[in-house]
Design a protein around this ligand. Structure first.
Ligand code: SAH
Ligand code: SF4
Ligand code: F3S
Length: 493
């Protein structure tokens, strides 16, 4: 049902040369709700796939690149695979089915996928019946699908994020017809409920509240691979959150490319701030996190909900991307540094000890030394607790790919190194402020190498603490005794 639709405030067709992207843009203005019966049909096909293995327990390997949204998609793929009778393996030579869930956000991620795919020829040679599937954001791009068709002939199945709901049917067809299938999404932007999840973590859970993005930041591929914003119904989200709490999950992260615009496409009047309050009302001992927030629509209402809800963690990831107004405009970010800094002041008024983290892109086309110095000034002013830093990566079909980019990789790398060095110092200084304090943390795992327990503060800072494995999944108090740039060291109280 199409109720209302936020028109993207930037038309990507402007200055873009690819007909493919024009088509994607013009097509993907719909919200296609997949009827529950369709998902039931898919689950019935799972039993058919199971029969094809004639009593043998088949093994599957699912490899995930990219963001939490992709992690969550992989949990659905594993959910379907479990229905088909698969058990999971890490060994590509033992796997009957390999699924590579890919990310397109930067070239580096794509190169890694191609590297891994190339290496899989050996496994397939030893086991010619093996099925290799590639899904995720990368294969929502025409030039990538062409490349896989031509140069990676051992790949049997390709499907975009929007076709995940019919994964069982696609696998069944590959198995029974023994032909290659290419099913990138149509661009409709589907919403599907009722796909089973197989979650690997027992403490932390991803809860996708929406999909897609309407923002068209000029550097970013996501709006072309995930299509327009569509929110899940609040009732479905609350029901899933209740199930997670009942199953013992302690840490629930609400996911979306831009959670602050949650609900704008729905008839229901629940916005993101109200959704946090509703999840907070669920009884139980758990915490709520969320990502990601776009600064252009972070509101007082959101900050008030974060402050008022005792289960909502006091952490805001607010991607700045650049501290130069000129570059922010070229990025189509819809705020300037003045507005961003005012927002930081505002959230600190509501929640004085809020942990703030951010993303920065270095070397956006045309970014000068001066622009970069502007970014450095904003960084010093805000003093983020942590930062994800990226060197700009040109994405086919995005407007920024058409912009003049006269600066060399070396110049960009020098800026990048300076930024990282500065942020490392700030992160360590911020961490030092914890020393001597007692903080409540959730123990969420164990370091594989040295067996030390890992925990997260309310602000999401990593704490390493010695203790027994039985503590995993408990909230405990720790004294912070030491730190470095990346983590705090604590002792159980
Ligand atoms: N929707 C989220 C996250 C998008 S991807 C948001 O807007 O915050 C995560 C981060 O990757 C972005 O915040 C941005 O910093 C970075 N990124 C996206 N496209 C990029 C590109 N082409 N080159 C380099 N970094 C990029
Ligand atoms: Fe990409 Fe995020 Fe911008 Fe959307 S808001 S276009 S996902 S960087
Ligand atoms: Fe990558 Fe797609 Fe996520 S491009 S960052 S996997 S939305």
């Amino acid at each position: 049902m199409i109720l209302s639709r936020e028109t993207p405030h930037f038309l990507p067709t402007k200055g873009m040369k690819s007909e493919y992207y024009d088509r994607i843009f013009s097509m993907n203005i719909k919200r296609r709700v997949i009827p529950t019966e369709e998902i039931e049909k898919q689950l019935a096909i799972c039993s058919e796939v199971r029969k094809e293995f004639e009593g043998k327990i088949p093994l599957a390997l699912v490899d995930t690149f990219g963001c939490q949204q992709n992690e969550e998609d992989s949990e659905k793929i594993r959910g379907y695979l479990a229905e088909m009778g698969f058990e999971m393996t890490d060994d590509e030579f033992k796997a009957d089915l390999i699924v590579i869930n890919t990310c397109a956000v930067r070239e580096h991620a794509e190169m890694r996928v191609f590297g891994n795919l190339g290496a899989l020829t050996h496994a397939k040679k030893e086991n010619p019946n093996q099925i290799i599937a590639v899904c995720g954001c990368m294969v929502q791009q025409e030039h990538i699908v062409d490349k896989i068709k031509k140069s990676f002939r051992h790949v049997d199945l390709v499907f975009g994020p929007d076709e995940l709901w019919r994964f069982p049917e696609l696998i069944y067809t590959v198995m029974t017809k023994r032909k290659r299938i290419f099913a990138p999404g149509s661009g409709d932007g589907c919403v599907a409920e009722g796909i089973p999840h197989l979650r690997s973590d027992k403490v932390k859970a991803w809860l996708s509240i929406m999909n897609g993005c309407n923002n068209f930041c000029t550097y970013c591929i996501v709006p072309y691979t995930r299509f327009r914003e569509r929110s899940r119904q609040p009732g479905e989200i609350i029901a899933e959150a209740r199930e997670l709490v009942a199953a013992g999950y302690k840490d629930i992260t609400l996911l979306g490319q831009n959670v602050n615009s949650y609900g704008k496409d729905l008839e229901s009047s629940v916005n993101f701030a109200q959704l946090i309050r509703k999840v907070n009302d669920i009884e139980g001992d758990f915490v709520i996190r969320f990502m990601t927030s776009h600064p252009k629509d972070a509101t007082d209402e959101l900050f008030a909900a974060m402050r008022d809800c005792e289960k909502c963690e006091k952490h805001l990831h607010l991607p700045l991307q650049s501290g130069s107004d000129r570059i922010l405009k070229a990025m189509n970010r819809y705020y300037n540094t003045e507005k961003y800094l005012a927002l930081v002041d505002r959230v600190r008024e509501f929640i004085p000890d809020i942990v703030l983290t951010t993303d920065i892109i270095v070397g956006f086309p045309g970014e000068t030394d001066e622009d970069f110095e502007d970014t450095m000034r904003v960084i010093e002013k805000v003093r983020f607790d942590a930062m994800f830093t990226f060197i700009y990566s040109k994405r086919v079909g995005t407007p920024a790919a058409e912009m003049p980019d006269p600066f060399t990789r070396e110049q960009k790398q020098a800026h990048f190194d300076r930024l990282v060095e500065t942020q490392n110092r700030i992160s360590e200084e911020k961490h030092r402020e914890y020393i001597g304090k007692t903080v409540r943390v959730l123990i969420d795992g164990k370091d594989r190498e040295d067996g030390v327990l890992t925990a997260r503060t309310s602000g999401g800072r990593l704490v390493r603490v010695s203790g027994g494995e039985s503590l995993i999944g408990s909230f405990v108090y720790v004294n912070i005794t030491d730190c470095n740039t990346w983590a705090l060291r604590g002792e159980l109280v």
